[in-house]
Design a protein around this ligand. Structure first.
Ligand code: ZN
Length: 274
């Protein structure tokens, strides 16, 4: 069975939670995510959002290997089952995640990485006077399709550099919205299969990276109400027992499980008027 809520509902929800006008073509906000954050933050808006984007971590992988994502599960207070979009490939799905629009509207309808020309959450943030940033590798979709905005892009070759920069940015506390992309699980999943030793070890790496980012948010963003998300683009399936793929209209590829946690500002540190 396909998950009910579309991936296109995330963008509107993040906008609502941050108190900004959503991008022009965003679908209605995901009500589960909005209600969760409003309750946890006692009706206040999140001043900071950290989105960790681990490519291709399928819902079925998340469910089948709970011990390898135990920190994600422990930290993530809201499990948000979502249905990704077709074709379920990276630039198409991240295009939808950060515009809130279906592929026919944002314009990427196959595996290609042009700069998206329609309104994105990054444009909406900039209009609202906020500072977004993307931390990613140079070849990935996230590092390419949201370019040409007046915002900060931090592009690196290795996962370690990406994670280190993400922590550094959180510590500096200069950005309101940070998207951090990790393509490691997807890479090894394609090569050796979704459940291969290589892919599963990257799943574990993503688990630890998410915990690290969460700890940084709690420590360095303690003066803000914050939201942190474990937010993949699509799932994956095994091919012929020894490699992996995605892109098809099937539950394994389309069903994903985002996890979100709102972190209220430490008492006494809340910004004036918030
Ligand atoms: Zn992907």
């Amino acid at each position: 069975m396909y998950n009910r809520d579309s991936l296109d509902t995330v963008c509107g929800a993040l906008s609502r939670i941050m108190g900004i006008d959503p991008p022009a073509f965003a679908a209605e906000p995901n009500s589960s995510l909005v209600e969760y954050a409003e309750e946890k933050l006692a009706g206040r808006r999140a001043g900071r959002v950290l989105m960790f984007n681990p490519d291709a971590v399928a819902q079925w992988i998340y469910r089948k290997y709970p011990w390898f994502v135990s920190d994600v599960a422990r930290i993530g207070e809201l499990e948000l089952p979502l249905r990704s979009v077709m074709p379920s490939v990276t630039p198409v799905c991240f295009g939808t995640m950060y515009t809130g629009a279906q592929p026919a509207v944002h314009g990427i309808r196959k595996y290609e990485k042009p700069v998206i020309r329609i309104d994105t959450i990054f444009d909406a943030l900039i209009r609202a006077g906020k500072r977004p940033a993307i931390v990613a590798d140079g070849e990935c979709s996230v590092g390419k399709i949201f370019r040409e905005r007046d915002m900060d892009y931090y592009i690196f070759d290795t996962l370690g550099q990406i994670a280190e920069k993400a922590v550094e940015l959180i510590r500096e506390d200069r950005h309101d919205f940070i998207a951090v992309y990790h393509g490691n699980y997807d890479h090894w999943m394609h090569k050796f299969g979704p459940e291969s030793t290589e892919a599963i070890s990257e799943l574990r790496a993503n688990n630890y990276t998410f915990e690290m980012l969460y700890n940084a948010v709690r420590k360095y963003w303690s003066g803000h109400d914050s939201l942190i998300g474990f937010a993949m683009d699509h799932g994956c399936h095994e091919v012929d027992g020894h490699s992996g793929s995605h892109g098809l209209d099937m539950e394994e590829d389309l069903n994903i499980m985002h996890l979100y946690t709102a972190v209220p500002a430490a008492s006494g540190k809340r910004p004036e008027g918030a």
